[in-house]
Write a protein of this length. Structure first.
Length: 628
């Protein structure tokens, strides 16, 4: 995860990272991009039962996992925006679901793609917290191996109390599992170093230091702050009331903790090892119950608000999604007030802005923000407890120009913004987001994520085409330098070949192959990559489809109307037209009593479903089409 921030401006920047992991912007997130006009809330799911959280596995760009309080984990297919009919995991009947109990948290192991491990935080039928590990099915990636459940830890909760369970889980940049626990409804627990309640825990789930204890399947990181001193070794920070919810900034790794207050204040804290956030001695920065902190370093919140604004904070995420707007701003909400806010550091102080009036939904409404989440691209979602999930996209008018960004070594995160950018990740597992414009993305060595954004974007790979395996629709490319995941990338460039995947209706490559198939025949598409390249150049430069059709007719040798109809009909349908069919189409053309030009009739023929089948457009969309 990056820890070095490099920021440009709206001009043309040339920025280079370090040997470490860098976060590089080709614009200034605190410049004009911080002034958004609106935030689009696109509803991606509805009809859910008390959803509490959404998250995607590391590197998974196609799925969003939905946690429902009742015990179900469902999968949203982001391509189809359909929730799969069969749940990923069903814990109904195995957990308590009253009040603030239920299935409360979900985290995927950093190596989930290899080991299939994921972790849940639940309240068991005895009313106690359990963190469990499960494993995905070996035969179906959308199902859990039903018999794989393993208890990681049980944490006793106060009898008769069903509130303040918190429940958040996530893996930190250090690879350890972090877990947020509320005080269980007994405020003294937060300052009790022998209790795990009211704490943030840090566990090594890749080892087992308690082999003789079937209820403790983890180890203690050696640098946990209470190792070797008074206090439970699992504790990483203390003094929390009901942390709902923390999150790591995927850009810089900072941990933000939203903690629900009692009488007067809601607060946001920055995560620090050994921090004591004060509850129940303090509520926000003010004394709540006079006393002496029991341990750790007393740490005040970076921001708080009073109950005249809201009464139950919902923690969110620092925005690192595909929009230029509000990059680096922390989103959060209030469950009772129904508001959405952002928070950012302006160089002097932390500034909060109420964004509720800027939220524009395409359907439904955001009234009960129970949680936030991110997908594999870093896009931000808000989970409404009423059963809906929305993707939030800040809208901004950008004047950013083309930039050249180079990450060098390390696991870098590069944002080009608007303009025609060149992004080079260098060595390491990098993520490159081109933004608006015709961008060039070079992942380099390592397993990279390349997101083109709007415009005609090109991913460049060293080595020849034969040295790389290209996945369906160009979604993955694996070769000597690593395995890359791609989205919104229209072109692939290798040392000896190029592939185009913008093959939809009205897209450049799609228009090109339709015209070639109708004017020359389907085999020409594969046999003459130079023809494809010429067509792409025309369309990329802004030429209309009608004008390109006229160029194709000129290349056909300006045939007579009869010859033209015979050729195009045979190319599209597969046989010559009957005399009646030929006369019908010839009669439509200028010079034969009709009003259509040959270019207009060619465009009509090229866009027919029959031609799409003839050229196997569906197949080309999976393999791409070669061009020079």
């Amino acid at each position: 995860m990056p820890n070095n921030l490099i920021v440009g401006d709206d001009g043309s920047n040339t920025l280079q990272g370090s040997a470490g992991s860098d976060l590089i912007y080709g614009f200034d997130p605190n410049g004009p991009q911080g002034n958004v006009s609106s935030i689009t809330a696109t509803r991606v799911a509805a009809g859910l039962d008390q959803p509490l959280y959404v998250v995607s596995p590391p590197g998974d760009l196609g799925r969003l996992f939905i946690v429902e309080k009742s015990g179900l984990i469902k999968i949203l297919d982001l391509a189809t925006q359909q929730v799969l009919a069969t749940p990923f995991l069903d814990l109904r009947g195995q957990i308590a679901t009253g009040s603030e109990e239920g299935l409360l948290g979900l985290a995927f192991h950093p190596d989930f793609a290899q080991n299939g491990f994921f972790y849940v935080n639940v309240i068991n039928t005895s009313g106690d917290t359990e963190i469990r590990r499960y494993q995905v099915s070996s035969t179906d990636p959308n199902q859990t191996n039903a018999g794989s459940g393993t208890l990681v830890i049980t944490i006793d909760q106060p009898a008769g109390h069903t509130n303040h369970k918190a429940g958040w889980l996530d893996f930190g940049p250090d690879g350890y599992l972090y877990a947020a626990l509320g005080d269980g409804g007994v405020s003294d627990n937060a300052q009790n170093l022998d209790s795990l309640l009211g704490k943030l825990l840090r566990l090594d789930v890749n080892a087992d230091a308690f082999a003789a204890d079937a209820t403790r399947n983890y180890a203690i990181p050696a640098d946990n702050p209470f190792v070797g001193v008074a206090g439970a070794d699992e504790i990483w920070a203390l003094g929390l009331r009901n942390p709902w919810r923390p999150s790591f900034d995927r850009g810089l790794g900072d941990l933000y903790i939203a903690d629900v207050g009692e009488h007067d204040r809601e607060e946001i804290d920055l995560g620090q090892a050994g921090a004591n956030y004060g509850w129940d001695l303090f509520e926000g920065p003010e004394v709540f119950s006079p006393g002496t902190p029991t341990g750790g370093t007393l740490t005040t919140p970076i921001f708080y608000y009073g109950h005249d604004v809201g009464r139950s904070i919902t923690g969110g995420y620092v925005y690192r999604g595909s929009s230029e707007g509000l990059q680096g701003h922390y989103f959060f909400g209030d469950f009772i007030a129904g508001n959405i806010f952002t928070l950012h550091f302006d160089g002097t102080s932390w500034v909060a802005v109420d964004r509720t009036s800027q939220i524009v939904t395409d359907s439904g409404s955001v009234n009960l923000p129970a949680s936030f989440g991110q997908d594999g691209f870093g896009n931000l979602y808000v989970v409404d407890h009423g059963g809906e999930i929305f993707r939030l996209t800040p809208n901004v008018n950008s004047a950013d120009q083309g930039d050249a960004l180079s990450g060098l070594d390390g696991n870098d995160l590069l944002f080009g913004g608007s303009g025609n950018d060149s992004l080079d990740g260098g060595a390491g597992d990098d993520e490159l987001q081109g933004g608006n414009g015709a961008d060039i993305l070079i992942g380099g060595a390592g397993d990279d994520i390349l997101l083109g954004g709007a415009g005609i974007d090109t991913a460049v790979f060293s080595g020849n085409r034969a040295d790389h395996a290209v996945g369906a629709a160009g979604s993955t490319v694996s070769g000597p330098e690593g395995s890359d995941t791609l989205a919104s990338i229209e072109r692939l460039q290798f040392a000896d070949a190029n592939l185009a995947f913008d093959l939809g209706m009205a897209e450049a490559a799609g228009n090109t192959v339709r015209i070639i198939g109708a004017a020359f025949d389907a085999p020409t598409i594969q046999q003459r990559p130079d023809y494809v390249g010429i067509g792409l150049n025309f369309f990329d430069s802004g030429m209309s489809m009608l004008a390109v059709c006229q160029v194709a007719i000129d290349a056909m040798g300006s045939p007579t109307n009869e010859a033209f109809v015979n050729t195009v009909y045979e190319n599209v349908v597969g046989v010559l037209p009957s005399a009646a069919e030929r006369d019908l189409y010839v009669g439509m053309l200028q010079g034969s009593g009709g009003a259509m030009t040959q270019a207009e009739l060619l465009m009509f023929a090229a866009n027919t479903d029959t031609n799409a089948v003839n050229i196997n457009l569906a197949g080309l969309q999976q393999t791409g089409v070669e061009f020079v």
